[in-house]
Design a protein around this ligand. Structure first.
Ligand SMILES: C[S@@+](CC[C@H](N)C(=O)[O-])C[C@H]1O[C@@H](n2cnc3c(N)ncnc32)[C@H](O)[C@@H]1O
Length: 237
């Protein structure tokens, strides 16, 4: 897919480098009702990339604009959006079957402050204007457990840099994971950015407004500790 490739020029020669992505798109089995929800409701509650990603235009009346990356089935996403009507939320996901459930919930709850986008978040975040987003939520990103797969992890320096660039001064980055070693890696990487600060110093104390997600429930059932990471972008002096 040309959009996920990086082109580098060596003299007059164009060389294509395939970007390692944080997901593998397998042919997704969808139920008829998931398919119907996607076909009928995505045109109402879904956005198109790259034309509709200026969140100031998508949510002109919202006080804040927050983006969730990799919402899975969107169970927590709809709860958060419903509890915060003053905030416009964009949920980004690549896994198609999850859209059926989230679209049906958005529609039946008549949520005007939640839109979804089916696209690679790495490309979407790179397209955001600098200092335009009030918060990013990334709950239980794929840990890519095997060492040889670590290169697929979403939360590495280059992408974190893009998230920080897109955050408004005073905006936040909220990450939760049940994968201890990945949690340390993320915390250490974020500690190296001078543009952000950690009000909790280390792990954030479980923020009570976050509903449990599907993957959090799984992590708890398997007795893995839940690590929460919360950073704020420094305001200009
Ligand atoms: C482990 S699941 C967690 C889902 C949900 N947040 C939860 O806690 O139940 C991670 C999700 O991130 C999505 N994902 C991974 N890389 C992504 C990317 N580059 N852009 C958008 N979604 C991505 C995957 O498709 C997957 O659904």
């Amino acid at each position: 897919m040309r959009g996920s490739d990086i082109f580098v020029y060596y003299g007059c020669m164009e060389v294509r480098h395939r970007r390692v992505r944080s997901f593998v798109l397998r042919t997704a089995r969808m139920s008829q009702s998931q398919r119907t929800a996607l076909d009928e409701l995505y045109p109402i509650h879904g956005l198109k990339f790259p034309f509709e990603c200026d969140l100031a235009q998508v949510f002109p009346h919202s006080v804040y604009r927050v983006v969730e990356i990799g919402f899975g089935n969107g169970e927590a996403t709809v709860e958060i959006a419903q509890a915060h009507p003053e905030t416009g939320f964009l949920g980004i996901e690549v896994h198609t079957p999850g859209f059926g459930q989230v679209l049906r919930e958005i529609h039946s709850r008549d949520l005007k402050n939640l839109k979804v986008l089916r696209h690679d978040a790495v490309e979407v975040v790179a397209a955001f204007e600098p200092s335009s987003i009030d918060g990013f939520h990334i709950f239980f990103p794929d840990p890519w457990q095997k060492k040889r797969h670590h290169k697929r992890r979403l939360l590495q320096t280059a992408f974190l840099e893009q998230l920080i660039r897109a955050l408004k001064p005073g905006g936040y980055l909220y990450i939760a994971t049940d994968w201890e070693e990945y949690a340390y890696e993320i915390l250490e990487t974020l500690n190296q950015f001078s543009a952000i600060s950690n009000p909790y110093k280390g792990w954030a104390a479980g923020l009570t407004w976050r509903p449990r997600t599907k993957f959090e429930k799984r992590g708890r059932e398997e007795n893995r500790p839940i690590r929460e990471i919360f950073f704020e972008k420094r305001t200009l002096e």
